[in-house]
Design a protein around this ligand. Structure first.
Ligand code: ATP
Ligand code: MG
Length: 365
């Protein structure tokens, strides 16, 4: 347990500042007076790049690395790019991922009461699983190792290492053990999602998965090919508990999964390494709605709840885990009461949602 937890806050671009401010307020309300969290703000992102020529200042990186946790809004704006065509603002997330080795990207997928799923016949509680995306290798990690040959042939490399697969698979089993009987049939289960029938890198992923699984006999296991998985997430989402997958597949499937529980605004994310934790919603900066005050803050609020969970577990500090649970309960109550932003078919503004969540938290404290 620590007396003070330093949280590095980076608002970023587009709706980032709106949803990030909401999450900070909610965390403060959940912990009340005497909160052990200390928030410090640091600049980064595409707008900062436009102003200063730098998207990720070194002091911001150092502050993020030294902090107990990092909370981010969203980064990047369309068209704001470096000379090589890569997006300024996205490098914030990418540099943190690779330099802090944030290998586990945990994306909870949960349908809350009051939120309409586009899937027919699905109600709250029917969808409650985690997509665990390997975040440090796979196709995306080889950025720079790819090649464009004579302007005619492009090549990217899919790298998967035994060490990398082992640690993400172990994380998947640990998450399944921690889950509160999430799948509807009550079976704790890890699903290995791959394309082992076609690509040897995925066949390797699967074989390492099978080896590691022997250490967790209390957790059920299964394999699914990624193409079939896209179908299963639509047709039988209630079956899943923890799904573990390579970087790119995890990226794609988690957007599909988010759509089944109300869209990108409802998709939290946690990126965890051995030492650091980085928390931001799965969505981008949504420039089409930025500045209008209508962004859905729940993705970031739920990411901040994951931050409290992670800090609470890491430092054996129950106060933090309890605050995380209160935030989720209040989120559930607010959504069930119809406190919905425009993306969910409602009319509540970001501020209205934030105030209601904070009021309820203050009343619960
Ligand atoms: P990135 O490349 O960073 O993933 P993206 O192009 O995939 O970004 P997002 O910003 O994730 O796009 O979102 C796509 C669209 O979904 C947005 O343009 C916006 O209309 C909607 N959206 C995303 N997040 C939210 C939110 N929190 N509240 C309301 N609508 C949102
Ligand atoms: Mg996206």
């Amino acid at each position: 347990m620590k007396h003070v937890y330093e949280i590095a806050v980076v608002h970023g671009d587009g709706i980032g500042p709106e949803v990030c401010a909401a999450a900070v307020e909610v965390v403060k309300a959940a912990l009340g007076s005497g909160s052990p969290l200390r928030f410090t703000e640091h600049p980064a992102g595409a707008e900062h790049f436009l102003k200063t020529g730098q998207s990720f200042p070194e002091p911001t990186f150092q502050a993020c690395r030294a902090a107990d946790a990092i909370l981010h809004g969203a980064g990047g704006l369309p068209g704001v790019v470096y000379a090589d065509g890569t997006e300024a603002g996205l490098d914030f997330t990418l540099r943190l991922r690779f330099e802090l080795d944030l290998y586990a990207n945990i994306r909870p997928v949960r349908l809350f009461e009051g939120v309409q799923s586009p899937l027919s016949g699905v109600k709250a509680g029917d969808i409650d699983y985690i997509i665990l995306r390997e975040n440090s290798e796979g196709l995306y990690a080889a950025r720079g190792a790819g090649a464009l040959l004579r302007g005619e042939v492009a090549v990217d490399t899919l790298v998967q290492t035994r060490v990398g697969i082992e640690r993400i698979v172990r994380k998947a089993f640990e998450l399944a053990r921690q889950s509160n009987g999430a799948p509807r049939d009550g079976v704790r289960r890890v699903t290995c999602c791959d394309k082992a029938n076609v690509l040897r890198s995925y066949a390797f992923f699967r074989s390492v998965f099978d080896d590691v699984a022997k250490d967790y006999p209390d957790v059920a296991t299964e394999h699914a090919l990624v193409d079939a998985m896209a179908m299963h997430l639509v047709l039988k989402p209630g079956h899943f508990n923890v799904i573990v997958s390579e970087n790119m597949f995890g990226d794609i499937l988690s957007d599909l999964a988010a759509a089944t529980v109300g869209g990108m605004g409802m998709a939290p994310s946690a990126e965890i390494g051995a030492a650091n934790g980085f928390f931001q919603a799965a969505h981008g900066s949504a420039p089409d709605i930025a500045g209008k005050g209508i962004a859905n803050p729940f993705g970031t609020i739920l990411s901040a709840a994951s931050m409290l969970d992670w800090l609470g577990l890491k430092h054996s500090d129950e106060k933090l885990s309890q605050a995380a649970e209160r935030i989720r309960r209040v989120t559930q109550a607010c959504l069930a009461k119809g406190l919905l932003s425009a993306d969910l078919g409602g009319t509540s503004s970001t501020r209205q949602i934030t105030h209601s969540v904070c009021d309820r938290l203050a009343a619960a404290a």
